[in-house]
Design a protein around this ligand. Structure first.
Ligand SMILES: Cc1cc2nc3c(=O)[nH]c(=O)nc-3n(C[C@H](O)[C@H](O)[C@H](O)COP(=O)(O)OP(=O)(O)OC[C@H]3O[C@@H](n4cnc5c(N)ncnc54)[C@H](O)[C@@H]3O)c2cc1C
Length: 311
């Protein structure tokens, strides 16, 4: 089968790959993104979007959608250490220390003075569908979930990559000027000799994601300053969801990443599942069929000089 030619191939549809796709689209750079999973991540993972990230999202017209879902600053801009969240024992609910954080409280003025937008809090499992939607709207037919990179080779002035449709097993060769390894360091980096520096595995983290209305404790905390968690922070995950994260020493062994105990946001009073197909947006409908067929259509060339001239 004839190779598809594309200026940039992005491998990985996590936060980095999807963001890179949006940024390239906005620069008019044609590209193809492949992600081996059928959909975006199902675990919350990172949840804090720092100010610089939000600035970049703002420049690319994503910040508004993020802020519409994110927990507002007044709900996460403080950190408290407390003996317990609940309970009536003599040591329960005792405040140890609290401080403004993440640009909240008294920090807000300082943060606001150095940027047009403040930090936000939105776990990755809710952020990635937003990024995916924007990526697909700006590059219809070329954001290919359920497709993986199986091999690639550096041919000097281009890269040859083999992609596999995970569902059908069909393989396709792609010739790209650049390959972005946004695969979470799994394959592309090690394959080109990039190594992790410094000691790995400093800490194992367990994330327990649950849905529960903790707002009464939060409200009480905000008025009487007596609530929070101790070693495991509990905080609003978004404007209407809550999350709790615990850490344990690396020496306590490997841990797995649990999936939500039940589907989230399905007819039980929770917000709609963001993992459902995105609605049609101003950039067009989500394309149907195998995107690789669409990817064969001629597209915009990469602006600028040929790669060889840039060396
Ligand atoms: C449980 C957990 C909690 C975390 N909590 C935090 C936190 O609180 N704060 C924080 O800053 N960070 C946190 N992180 C780390 C953060 O999630 C990662 O740094 C971030 O996801 C990296 O983004 P990425 O896009 O580079 O890679 P990833 O999110 O790993 O995405 C890479 C994507 O590439 C795909 N892929 C891999 N190989 C191929 C291939 N051959 N072909 C096609 N697709 C491929 C994968 O399926 C994946 O979707 C957490 C991570 C985990 C697992």
């Amino acid at each position: 089968m004839e190779a598809i030619e594309v200026p940039v191939l992005i491998v990985g549809g996590g936060g980095c790959g999807l963001s890179a796709s949006v940024f390239l689209s906005d620069q008019g750079v044609d590209h193809l993104l492949v992600e081996r999973h059928p959909d975006t991540s199902r675990i919350p993972k990172a949840h804090y979007l720092n100010q610089r990230t939000m600035e970049i999202f703002r420049q690319h017209g994503i910040a508004e959608d993020v802020l519409a879902e994110a927990a507002p600053l007044e709900m996460f801009g403080k950190v408290r250490w407390q003996t317990t969240l609940a309970g009536d024992g003599p040591m329960d609910r005792r405040l140890i220390h609290e401080m403004d954080a993440f640009g909240g409280g008294e920090l807000e003025e300082t943060y606001a003075a150095v940027g047009p937008v403040l930090p936000a809090k939105l776990p990755q499992m809710w952020l990635e569908p937003i990024l995916r939607r924007h990526a697909e709207q700006r590059n219809p037919g070329r954001i290919l979930f359920h497709h993986e990179l199986t091999t690639f080779s550096d041919e000097g002035d281009h890269v040859l990559a083999e992609l596999r449709n995970v569902e059908t097993g069909e393989t396709t060769t792609v010739k790209a000027q650049y390959l972005i390894g946004a695969d979470g360091g799994r394959f592309v980096g090690p394959a080109v000799g990039i190594e992790m520096q410094g000691p790995p595995g400093l800490v194992n983290t367990t994330t327990a994601y649950f849905s529960a209305d903790l707002s009464q404790w939060w409200r009480r905390a905000r008025s009487s300053r007596t609530s929070s968690a101790r070693r495991t922070p509990t905080s609003p995950a978004t404007s209407s969801r809550w999350g709790r994260v615990g850490a344990r020493p690396a020496s306590s062994g490997a841990c797995t990443s649990p999936r939500p105990a039940r589907p989230l946001g399905r007819g039980d009073g929770h917000p709609p599942d963001p993992r459902a197909p995105a609605p049609a947006g101003p950039g067009g409908d989500r394309p149907q069929g195998d995107g690789l067929d669409r990817a064969r259509a001629p597209r915009r060339p990469l602006p600028g000089r040929p790669r060889a001239d840039r060396r």
